[in-house]
Design a protein around this ligand. Sequence first.
Ligand code: ATP
Ligand code: MG
Length: 408
Amino acid sequence: DWMTAPDTRAVVAALTADGQEVRFVGGCVRDALIERPVGDIDIATPDAPETVMALLRRAGLKAVPTGIEHGTVTAVSGHRPFEITTLREDVETYGRHARVAFTDDWAADAARRDFTMNAMFCAPDGTIYDPFGGWADLLAGHVRFVGDAEARVREDYLRLLRFFRFYARYGQGPPDAAALQAAQRHAGKLTTLAAERICHELLKFLEAANPGPAARVIRDYGILQPVLPEARYAERLSWLAAIEREQGVAIDPLRRMAAWLDLREAHRLGERLRLSKKAERYLRTLAAPTASVRVDRATATLRRPLHRLGRELTRDLYLLDAAERAAAGGRLNTKALAAGLAEIEAWQPKRLPVDGRDVTALGVAPGPRIKELLEALEEWWVDQDFQPGREACLAELKRRVAALPGDG
Ligand code: ATP
Ligand code: MG
C-alpha cells in the first residue's frame, strides 16, 4: 500500500519534521478510496516551497523545484516522484482570471480544485477530509464541479476537457447537467487553449477503460467541434475499447485516437495538436490508403502488412478494422480475432535473401532498375510466403533479368 510504503513514509517524515501538518490530495486519495491503482502521489502542505526544499534536503531526499512559482516541489524517494504543493487560494479575480496566493487554509485550497472527487485530502493517519462530498459523488459516478460549474469553466477552459476525462473514467449514468451545459456553452473557448494542453487532456481521456460513452456525449453536444471536429467515431472507439479488453490488448491512447478520429479528414493534425513526430508519423501511416488490414480474410493475408509495416502497426490496423466492422453492425468472431492476433504476435521479421550486389553481379548497370528489380522480386517472394531461399530467389532474379528489354 503506497501510503505506508517506506518511500512515502520518508517523504512525510521529512515534511512533518518541524511539526507541520501535511495531507495527501487529489488523484491518489480519489483512487485509493475506490481501490484503483494510484498514479502520482500529490501532497499538500501549508509550508512555502523554499521551506519544503529545505526540509527535504535536510532529510537527505532529492528535491527538485519543478514549479516553484506555483508552489510545487518534486521529491524523489525510492523510485516514485512525490509532488509537494503549497496550499493556495484564489485571492482576487481580475475579470476571469484569479490571482493565487499561498495560504494555510485547507478549505480554501480545496475550493479551487476542479471536481468534488479531486478535492479530498487524506492525512497520513488515514483521516479523510472531504469538504464537498466528493466520496459520495465518486461512489455514485457523479463528476461534479466544486461550486458553480459555469464559473469554474470560465476561470479555466481546460476544465471543460478535464470534465470529460474524469467522466469517462469515473462517470456512471448521464453527465452532470450543469457541467454539460457549461461545457456546451463554452466549447468555442477551447480554441484559446494551448494545443499541447488540449492534446494532453485528450490522451488522458482516451486512456479510460471505455471512453466511448463520453465520446458520444462530446460528439452529440458538439464539444470538440471548434478544435477537433474530426473526432466523431464514438462507436468505433467504444468497440475498440471492448475488443482490447476482450482480447487482453494493452490500452494505447494513440491507437484509440486513430479509432476516434476521421483520420482521412484530419488535416495537419500533428501541428494542430502538437503531437510528437513519432505520434504524427504513426497516425499518418495508419491513415494511408495502402495501409489496410482486413480481419475477415484468411490470416495468411497478414504476411504482407507484417512484412511491410511490422508487428505493431499491423496489429493496430487489425484491431482498428475489427472495431470498424463491429461499429458498422458486423458480427465479431472473437476466436478468429484471437487467432489473427496470435499470428501477428508470433511474427518474426524476414529478409529477402538476395540484395543489390546479386543484381549487379548479373550484369545490370547501376541505376534505378536495380531497386525496381529487387522490389518486384520481393513482392514475388512475399507471395510465396517467404519460402524461396537464396538459390530459388537467385534463379527467379536471373529469369527476370533475362526478360528485361535490352537497353544497350
Ligand atoms: P490523474 O490520475 O489522471 O493524474 P489527477 O486528479 O491526479 O488525475 P492531475 O491533472 O494530475 O489529475 O491534477 C492533480 C490535482 O490538481 C487534481 O486532482 C485537482 O485537484 C487539481 N487540478 C488539476 N488541474 C486543475 C485545474 N485545471 N483546475 C482545478 N484543479 C485542478
Ligand atoms: Mg495526477
